[in-house]
Design a protein around this ligand. Structure first.
Ligand code: PGA
Length: 246
């Protein structure tokens, strides 16, 4: 299976900065051996759609409404995202779970809504530092993924999963390749029990993945790509990670 390197820009960028970033990445990209995507702030989807048309980089959103249409102030529906060429939607990022109160059940519904609109959800799971220290890592990620499996049934083979230990996000502390692989193997087994096509589900690692550590993480048997925050805002670092996923 091809690997997937997806940038998560979070709440960063501007019209000028986005244009420069994408042009710099495209200038060095060539024909990538892996899939590449960027998750941009919703307000810049139209701009990025135009800049990425006909290129090897797919467009992603950072969220999607669990609702279809109607009186949901501030929300953006899957159908709207689809109109702007969105192929991936990040769902259940730990920052949304933490700051916006997203529950396992809501995340599962968002994944379902994305799939219903022909958008691939990148479902994020991961434990906090306190949960890891309490020995609850396996329990937490299994619970988070179980909700998504429960709601989505056999469609589960169409999702992407990102394991992002919360303590590693934006902190410069990366899980060691072995630590990450251990959780990825667990998630793979859980997906296999739910779908005979689980082998084709891309399992991404995220959390301070950078140009220096990407190759060793991506060499693990169950790490099929990366969800990249900070390093996705630096063209040369993002390109190095893409090259490491060849
Ligand atoms: P980071 O963010 O690479 O800056 O740690 C990853 C993420 O939150 O998706």
């Amino acid at each position: 299976m091809k690997k997937l390197i997806a940038g998560n820009w979070k709440m960063n960028g501007s019209l000028a900065a986005n244009e420069k970033l994408l042009k710099d990445i495209l200038a060095g990209l060539g024909q990538p051996a892996c899939q590449v995507a960027v998750g941009v702030p919703a307000i810049y989807l139209a701009q990025c759609q135009a800049l990425l048309a006909g290129t090897a980089i797919d467009l992603g959103s950072q969220d999607i409404s669990a609702q279809e249409v109607g009186a949901y102030t501030g929300e953006i529906s899957g159908a709207m995202l689809k109109e702007f060429g969105v192929r991936y939607a990040i769902v259940g990022h730990s920052e949304r779970r933490q700051y916006h109160g997203e529950t396992d059940e809501l995340v599962a519904l968002k994944a379902q809504r994305a799939l219903g609109c022909g958008i691939t959800p990148i479902v994020c799971v991961g434990e906090t530092l306190a949960e890891r220290e309490a020995g609850k890592t396996d329990e937490v990620v299994k619970r988070q993924l179980a909700a998504v499996i429960h709601t989505n049934g056999h469609c589960i083979s169409e999702i992407v999963v990102a394991y992002e230990p919360v303590w590693a996000i934006g902190t410069g502390k990366t899980a060691t390749p072995e630590m990450a692989q251990q959780v990825h193997a667990l998630l793979r087994a859980q997906l296999k029990a739910a779908s005979e096509h689980a082998d084709r589900i891309q399992l991404l690692y995220g959390g301070s993945m950078n140009a220096a550590n990407a190759a060793s993480l991506l060499a693990q048997p169950d790490i099929d790509g990366g969800l990249i925050g900070g390093a996705a805002l630096k063209p040369q670092d993002f390109l190095t990670i893409i090259a490491a996923a060849a």
